[in-house]
Ligand binder design. Sequence first.
Ligand code: NI
Ligand code: MN
Length: 229
Amino acid sequence: MDITWLGHGTFQFVLPGGETLLLDPWTDGNPAYPKGFEIDRCDTILISHGHFDHIHDAIPVAKRFDAKVVAIYETCHWLGTKGVENCLGMNKGGSQKVGSVTVTMTHAVHSCGISEDDGSIVYGGEAAGYVLTFEDGRVVYFAGDTNVFSDMALIAELYKPDLVMLPIGDLYTMGPREAALACRLLRAKTVIPMHFGTFPPLTGRPNQLQSLAPETKVWGLTPGETVTW
Ligand code: NI
Ligand code: MN
């Protein structure tokens, strides 16, 4: 499969055969979004939580491609009120098959208010992460926005992820020190760092994580770069 980091917490997965997943879509206004990158297919959108930098473009992309949207129940309900029709709500510990991918929702330690256009913030349920199990048996853990938490050890025990995507920027999520412990709890072989460098306060960097987690391969991507995994 091809994985493209679209900056911040946004990723595109293109599976063999073309099925396309978008994780936490933030394109419009994302300072790290690769200029000129066109999303030309989207079958499934996964949303970890309702903060604008993770949900901002979910509605237009879902409507444009008639994509399925996966989110926690309350965020799905909110999306429904905005005219998103194919929202597949779920909650932590549950799994569902979406396209060819089995999607499991996990815990995350973060908040989940959704900003309305009038400036108010509404309840979006809780922040979550996802375990994605692909048809070939490989497993990705996408943590979303979170601090490290000891129950990451349960995610390792239950799902044995082959690839882990962790925020490392600090301030709104964990930084490299916490992410290094997350790598150990997850027994991560390979980690793709995210949620850093978008704004100056997101100071964590992949090389810092690599020096703190020598037993894990830190796979630092550049926004817009497509890697095959
Ligand atoms: Ni957030
Ligand atoms: Mn965020």
